[in-house]
Design a protein around this ligand. Structure first.
Ligand code: WT7
Length: 703
């Protein structure tokens, strides 16, 4: 954030929360919990850092044991478990064969209810991963260190492909299937992939979507940026039946199911990788520039997700664990694939929309499969609550544990989750973390620490958060003031770097609060998370949301700059500004303001073009709720668009002080036309909380 004094910084906003009542974990849960002895808190205390993380490392099988738990010689490029060697695919598959060969590893539920559920035992997963690895090695010529882009939806072929890459030490970079071909193309180029792995189609809302068509666009965009993709591997949703209208390109595109026939029964020895070797890239949005390729390590990352999945998700090998996220996001990588499989449990994957064909679908799946642990996001909880508040009662499932992740959850919604979805018998964890972090950063330890609706809890084991003001002073617990949440120490799951941009990595996460750039002491390098937060007297954190120009739509980060650049691809558009609008279900949605080049008049056609451009450049998930064409943007004297003013208009809040505007006279006209159209459509937000108002009023000050 700049020291722009015309706005109130997050740290200065006094927040008056009602202290929520605590909930205690059910005795039955505590009785079986992986962590129920408070001695664990002592083992992971700051005095025992960093050696405490040996406990997580020891949950894995190593080919060579490490000699140094944490190497801080080149801050902030921390190295964990240095000297150690291991293979992630071996740890998630092979090591379970001896005892659990015939146990379900992955249970895949297709979206159409009449279609059969697919169960892959650990033995079958082993076979399929090996055959795919053999093909990637021998047909594509891929080897350790190469990057491969995956653009796959929620089908079993996604984890199979990830684990096949990991077996070879190949770095996978999965792009969420809902992202557009163009977004995928940018990530192909950035990661330097010469192979794209995709699928012909998949089901969404009862419809078989054509997904392969995005591959051609992705390749065209990658090419325009200077990257040539040599091979496109196409899985088929129904083997043998091609579901896309896009022709296969001879010499470039191949059907994976056909090709795999030549690799039947092949076994590939897992490649022993240094702990520090990258396992995967996951792109995420920031306030400026292009999405950042967060690079995660093999040893540190896998240890961290295994340890946190064990203690915070309370996964036991005999559980049936269901995380409703998409593997295209970090949550799915860590807590559908790597964490659960490393622990040898059964992980459930669902292909489609949670409310398809009706609001009971999720609970029917939970009942039929005997799901014991359930994991989803506030946006889904809000939607299920709205569409079927009584549905959970109709089904005979019993969760012992539930997770919420991705955005702040309103205490009211939390209580419905706990009381109705959890039937008052499940423990709930609200896990705060980010793509960059590999695994949880803030959460209650479910068998030991009580729950508080709306707060994630304290820092997790071995992670020590602090709330800092703009000057770097600690904002005291219980002071009722918010600030920037930072993590004082490194942890094994942290990203290693932004792929190809080490300087940006240092700048984004460390520059703001680094006390001494020459210091080799981790204590001088707090990690800046980019979230506003408040620490209560009991040490629990309440996360308020992003302090940068990132809009969190249904738990997914969209960068203001990406939305604005996409709008500017429309030739008529001269200027564009994205603002968040508070939304009952999705948390926040995007509204775009654009002004046109001279001589052009506003039309629905142009607004539609802007919405379409965003869909093409980013994906459907970013589609703006409204596109407002305005005669001029409210600007400061130095020409900066004052996003907080238009954000205030869109949210019906006070747009704040206008005296610093160079053209304050435009505001009233914009307000009138936008708000009267919204009123006519009945599109008025509910009454906002003081925190939400503060968020809108300080939006966009991170220029
Ligand atoms: C941002 C990270 C990591 C999983 C999915 C999102 C927000 C995440 C919570 C939570 C309040 C949360 C933060 C964070 N966030 N979890 N439990 N309570 N806010 O990953 O796309 O990297 O987004 O999501 O604002 O910075 P992501």
């Amino acid at each position: 954030m700049s020291g722009n004094d015309e706005v109130v910084s997050e740290a200065q906003i006094a927040v008056h929360w009602r202290e929520e009542e605590l909930f205690y974990p059910p005795t039955r849960f505590v009785g079986q919990a992986n962590a129920s002895d408070p001695a664990i808190l002592e083992r992971f205390s700051e005095d025992n850092f960093p050696e405490c993380f040996k406990e997580y490392g020891d949950l894995l099988e190593w080919d060579h044991y490490w000699h140094t738990t944490l190497d801080t010689s080149n801050p902030p490029f921390w190295k964990w478990f240095v000297g150690g060697k291991l293979n992630a695919s071996y740890n998630c598959v092979d090591r379970h064969l001896k005892r659990d060969r015939n146990k379900a590893a992955i249970v895949w539920v297709p979206e159409l209810e009449e279609d059969d559920t697919v169960i892959l035992t650990y033995q079958e997963l082993y076979q399929r991963v090996n055959e795919m690895a053999a093909m990637l090695r021998d047909f594509c010529g891929l080897k350790a260190g190469d990057r491969v882009t995956l653009h796959l939806p929620m089908v079993p072929e996604l984890p199979i492909t990830m684990l096949a890459c990991a077996r070879l030490g190949v770095v996978h970079s999965e792009v969420f299937a809902g992202f557009s071909g163009a977004a995928c193309g940018g990530r192909i180029h950035d990661s330097g992939s010469r192979v794209l792995i995709t699928i012909d189609g998949y089901y969404r809302n009862g419809e078989l979507l054509d997904h392969k068509e995005k591959a051609d666009e992705a390749l065209a965009v990658a090419k325009s940026e200077g990257s040539e993709v040599e091979q496109v591997l196409v899985w088929r949703r129904n083997p043998g039946k091609y579901a896309s209208n896009t022709p296969m390109v001879a010499g470039r595109d191949v059907f994976v199911d056909e090709l795999l026939q030549s690799y039947k029964h092949q076994v590939v020895a897992p490649v022993s990788m240094p702990a520090e070797a990258p396992l995967f890239l996951m792109y995420t949005s920031g306030s400026t520039g292009k999405p950042k390729g967060c690079q995660h390590s093999t040893g540190g990352y896998l240890s961290y997700v295994t340890g946190t999945a064990k203690y915070y998700q309370d996964i036991h090998p005999e559980d049936t664990y269901w995380c409703l996220a998409d593997i295209g996001w970090i949550t799915g990588h860590s807590y559908i694939v790597y964490g659960p499989l490393s622990l040898g449990t059964t992980t459930v994957m669902y292909e489609g929309v949670p409310t398809y064909p009706d609001a009971g679908r999720v609970w029917r799946i939970a009942e039929r499969l005997g799901v014991t642990i359930f994991h989803t996001a506030p946006t889904t909880i809000r939607m299920l609550r709205k569409l079927g508040p009584e549905e959970p009662k109709k089904y005979n499932y019993h969760f012992k544990h539930m997770t919420t992740v991705g955005e702040p959850i309103e205490p009211e919604v939390w209580r419905w989750y706990h009381d109705v979805v959890g039937k008052n018998e499940a423990v709930v964890v609200d896990t705060w973390w980010q793509t960059e972090n590999g695994g949880f950063l803030g959460s209650t330890l479910p068998g030991i620490q009580p729950m508080k609706p709306g707060s994630c809890g304290p820092g997790v084991l071995g992670v020590f958060p602090v709330v800092l003001d703009e000057e770097g002073n600690e904002v005291e617990a219980g002071s009722g003031r918010a600030g920037n949440i930072c993590i004082r120490n490194p942890w094994p799951g942290i990203l290693q770097t932004i792929y190809g941009q080490p300087d940006r990595f240092v700048q984004v996460y460390y520059e703001k609060y680094c006390r001494d750039k020459n210091s080799k002491d981790w204590r001088d390098w707090p990690y800046f998370a980019g979230d506003g937060a408040m620490k209560a007297a009991d040490g629990y954190f309440r996360i308020l949301g992003r302090v940068d120009d990132v809009i969190n739509v249904a738990g997914h980060r969209l960068g203001t700059k990406e939305l604005e650049s996409a709008s500017l691809t429309v030739p008529e558009v001269a200027e564009a500004a994205a603002v968040p609008v508070i939304d009952e279900i999705r948390g926040r949605v995007v509204e775009m303001y654009v002004s046109l080049k001279p001589g052009l008049s506003p039309s629905k056609e142009i607004s539609d073009k802007v919405a379409a451009a965003i869909e093409v450049e980013i994906g459907k998930i970013a589609r703006p709720k409204n596109v407002w064409i305005v005669p001029d943007m409210p600007k400061t004297r130095s020409g900066k668009i004052m996003r907080r003013v238009i954000a205030g208009i869109s949210n019906f809040t006070d747009p704040g002080d206008l005296t610093t505007l160079a053209n304050a006279e435009v505001v009233e006209g914009i307000r009138h036309s936008v708000q009267s159209e919204k009123l006519a459509k009945g599109d008025v937000p509910r009454e906002l909380s003081p925190q939400e108002v503060a968020e809108i009023q300080s939006y966009g000050h991170a220029d």
